[in-house]
Design a protein. Structure first.
Length: 432
């Protein structure tokens, strides 16, 4: 059994991905190599879109959190699938615009948007800001006024939910750099402030509780808390939100021990509670938005590497060094992220060799995964790291002046380059 249904093995004993022989792809494009299964990305977008329309009602849409994987082709796919996108910087907005994405459907996030970013976003006609602070509200209002516009805004509210995931990916707590807390009473002031600005149109509320959430319960808690908050504001000001954005964070299966989340069923559960809760607080059902990032692209991705050295420290430990590293996948170094690793050209052989997969960067912490069991690799074998579609390419750097790998898309039996491999000249382009 494979971790995701786009992974298999073939008669040569090679690992296949989206129907392609990964060893052949490594030969054709070189390594390190990011692969992305376009059909899987589209399938996930449709699962969210259909489930949300069905269980939350018309006007409810998924918003792809594009920080998970941001390059032109992804925005084009989101556009074609008719879903929104989250952007978190002028760079992501620029990329989306360059891809022809209609940013009327974009939500601009971030806890410290610069004036340059605010001006640019309003000028280009961004759909919504998700305002994170009092200062930002003021800046948006001032800038919108200058440009003779009214800007739609959602307010980022911290509901005070502890997701029990890794601290670095939890954001719904009161102690967070994101948003304004309900528990301290400041969220109410935040809403009141937004309502008082002439060039701001308050569209509703946003919350994001964290990432790698595997239960509908967390989102149900969010609905509960956010609708109580909406009622509070409504009682005091008469304001009724058009949109409630529940954020992203649905979990992804990186290793066998993690569950394979049923997205549609989780949305159904949240939908039932929403209907009931709206009746209870006496407010009309808002349009619901969710912002899946990793759960759209993670298992649509795979990274291929070539083995260089296999270092066996006698009676102690084995290190398998590959031709990439924390420069193309910093997630283990950052927060001990888990991954499944397979020797792609020995995919049907027993996985008895215990080793750590390490990169070629000059850091001892440059580890892709510790203590995995794989078919014993040797020089020139191909190592596949699975489920790397989210937060790998988008977090990649040129540390040690390594060139970023290309992104090759796989769709309906065709392979094409979506992002070119960086060249040596790319590395010195800005050096004077
Ligand atoms: C990162 C983020 C997301 C996406 O989280 P995933 O875990 O990738 O689904 C959604 N919304 C906001 C506000 C985020 O910061």
């Amino acid at each position: 059994m494979q971790i995701c249904n786009n992974i298999d093995t073939n008669e040569k004993g090679n690992l296949t991905f989206a129907g392609f022989d990964t060893v052949e792809l490594a030969k054709k494009y070189g390594t390190p190599l990011y692969l992305m299964d376009e059909d899987k990305i589209r399938e996930k977008m449709r699962i969210y879109k259909n489930a949300m329309t069905k269980h939350f009602g018309k006007g409810s849409v998924p918003i792809y959190a594009s920080k998970a994987a941001s390059f032109k082709r992804i925005y084009k796919i989101a556009e074609e699938e008719g879903i929104g996108v989250d952007v978190v910087s002028i760079g992501e907005i620029y990329t989306a615009l360059s891809a022809g994405y209609d940013i009327k459907n974009a939500f601009f996030h971030g806890n410290n948007k610069t004036l340059e970013e605010i001006e640019f976003a309003i000028e280009k006609g961004i759909g919504y800001f998700v305002a994170d602070s009092f200062e930002e509200l003021e800046k948006i209002n001032t800038e919108a006024k200058k440009q003779g516009k009214t800007q739609k805004v959602l307010l980022r509210i911290t509901p005070g939910i502890d997701t029990h995931t890794n601290k670095k990916i939890a954001t719904g707590n009161v102690d967070s750099k994101f948003g304004v807390a309900i528990a301290t009473g400041q969220a109410y002031d935040f809403a009141q402030k937004a309502l008082s600005y002439e060039n701001i149109e308050l569209s509703g509320y946003h919350c994001h509780v964290g990432s790698q959430v595997f239960d509908a319960e967390t989102f149900i808690d969010a609905v509960d808390i956010m609708m109580d908050f909406a009622r509070d504001v409504e009682e005091k000001t008469g304001y009724v939100p058009e949109i409630l954005n529940l954020g992203g964070g649905f979990g992804v299966r990186y290793v066998y021990s993690q569950p394979d989340l049923d997205i549609e069923n989780s949305i159904k559960e949240v939908g039932e509670v929403l209907t009931q809760k709206c009746k209870e607080v006496g407010l009309p059902k808002p349009r619901i938005m969710m912002e899946p990032g990793r759960s759209i692209v993670a298992d649509a991705g795979m990274t291929l590497y070539t083995v260089g050295t296999v270092k066996q420290i006698k009676n102690f430990k084995n290190y398998v060094a590959i031709d990439g590293g924390m420069s193309d996948n910093p997630r283990f170094a950052l927060y001990d992220a888990e991954y499944t690793v397979i020797t792609a050209n020995k995919a049907t052989l027993p996985k008895h060799y215990r080793c750590s997969i390490v990169g070629k960067c000059c850091e001892s912490g440059d580890i892709i995964q510790e203590d995995v069991h794989i078919a014993k690799p040797e020089m020139n074998d191909i190592i596949a790291v699975l489920t790397t579609g989210a937060y790998n390419y988008s977090m990649a750097s040129n540390y040690n002046r390594l060139r970023k790998p290309p992104v090759v898309m796989l769709s309906g039996g065709k392979d094409y380059v979506a992002v070119k491999r960086e060249t040596l000249d790319d590395l010195i382009r800005n050096d004077l």
